[in-house]
Design a protein around this ligand. Structure first.
Ligand code: PMP
Length: 420
């Protein structure tokens, strides 16, 4: 059939795509963990829209609800009207996600993307506290708008956005980031105690419980508890960005759950609709409901079809057997990690649940990671890279992947990394 026709993309689309730009193939259909290209090739998806497709592609229990809703001429856009779809989602979010975890949050629909949820969180924290500063972490990723970029701990991205050193953001090294262990909570304590530090008490600390774009660096439960304690003691709001680590990716609905902390504000997007439909939420403690009507609006906040999908996705969490099926594939991911480090001790693996970061920084770096990605592609597996220099192979299979699909992907990775 000849090479795939990708010339039109090269001609008309800006070249700045980052993820997946190396895959010269045109995808047409997808189901579960499988992608089908127009030239007949089939791929296993270990990328999943960077954590957007935690339940796989076109999951049947969600799809049927979308199809029914469309067939019934359900409201497709309602802006701030009360709609049945929004009501169902708010009820499902409360009943299936928040209440079983003892969480009580008010919901702000922030816009279609994760970036919008982060903007809303920062804006709300500043208004609620009357303070301007934000503490953020090196290596964190929070979005591409100026506010969210300003708290993104990646100098290259910030410089490209012209927000270098802006917006009263203080960066703190992550507890166990690429530079090695660091007592970041102790550092925060000292900054706040020292009136000559030049750093004022911030409105909020924003943290990813698992830094995903940064290269799969994990905050320990104990560290998160200490971070919660110091922020509480100083009246600083704690924002957890669960946009990529949430919706079950780490084995619990929110990655912070394992630590037992309760953040003041949580940002959620990506897999919240369960179907790749755009939806972003800023969840916050009811006492922070300080906006006046009109202070945070937007035409596409709260997509009705995304509500329908997200309702079905939330209900999955109460389905008999749903939680019980999560640990088995996660164990197989961890086993591959252990096998890799046993075979080549310079390989470092991180992550939990259905996240595995394979760090090749000490043995080949970004070049070797790119070779692994290329090998995987040639053998029918889509996998992406993260970290400072794309040196970390980021493995994100669907949570609901079948044992066969998982076996295929893991086998390809094993061969890519262990046969050189
Ligand atoms: N926060 C985190 C943790 C993310 O991973 C992302 C997206 N990769 C964002 C925020 C921004 O979300 P979006 O791309 O939907 O704007």
């Amino acid at each position: 059939s000849g090479p795939p026709d990708v010339a039109v993309f090269e001609r008309h689309e800006s070249h700045v795509r980052s993820y997946c730009r190396k895959f010269p193939v045109v995808f047409e259909r997808a189901k579960g963990a499988r992608l089908y290209a127009e030239d007949g090739r089939v791929f296993t998806d270990f990328f999943c829209g960077a954590g957007t497709l935690n339940y796989g592609h076109n999951p049947s229990p969600i799809k049927s609800r979308i199809v029914d809703y469309l067939a019934s001429d359900g409201m497709m856009h309602g802006l701030d009207m009360y709609t049945g779809a929004k009501r169902s989602f708010l009820v499902a979010l409360t009943e299936h996600i928040l209440r079983p975890r003892g969480l009580e949050y008010t919901v702000q629909f922030s816009g279609p993307t994760g970036t919008d949820a982060v903007e809303a969180a920062l804006k709300l924290a500043r208004k609620a506290t009357g303070r301007r500063g934000i503490f953020a972490f090196s290596g964190g990723y929070h979005g591409m708008s100026r506010g969210s970029l300003a708290v993104t701990g990646n100098g290259r991205a910030r410089l490209a956005g012209g927000v270098h050193g802006q917006d009263e953001v203080t960066f703190i090294p992550y507890e166990d980031g690429p530079q090695g262990p660091f007592d970041s909570v102790g550092f925060i304590e000292r900054l706040l105690a020292d009136s000559s530090s030049g750093v004022e008490k911030p409105a909020a600390v924003i943290v990813e419980p698992l830094q995903m774009e940064g290269g799969v660096y994990e905050a320990s439960a104990d560290w998160l508890r200490r971070l919660r304690a110091v922020t509480e003691r100083h009246g600083i709001l704690l924002i957890c960005d669960e946009i990529q680590s949430g919706c079950g990716r780490t084995g619990t609905f929110f990655a912070f759950e394992e630590s037992g902390i309760v953040p003041d504000i949580v940002t959620v997007s990506k897999s919240i609709s369960g179907y790749g439909l755009p939806l972003a939420l800023t969840l916050f403690h009811p006492r922070l409901d300080v906006w006046e009507p009109g202070e945070h609006t937007g035409t596409f906040r709260g997509n009705q079809l995304a509500f329908v999908a997200a309702t079905a996705a939330a209900e999955l969490w109460s389905r008999p057997g749903f939680l019980a099926q999560l640990p088995a594939p996660a164990r197989r991911l961890a086993e591959l990690g252990a096998e890799l480090t046993a075979a080549e001790p310079e390989i470092v693996v991180r992550g939990r649940g259905m996240v595995l970061g394979i760090d090749l920084g000490r043995c080949g770096g970004g070049e070797r990671a790119a070779a692994v990605q290329r090998y995987a592609f040639d053998h029918g597996l889509i996998v992406e890279l993260s970290g400072r220099d794309d040196e970390v192979v980021k493995v994100l299979p669907p949570l609901t992947i079948t044992p066969e699909e998982l076996g295929h992907g893991l086998g390809v990775l094993r061969a890519a990394l262990l046969t050189r």
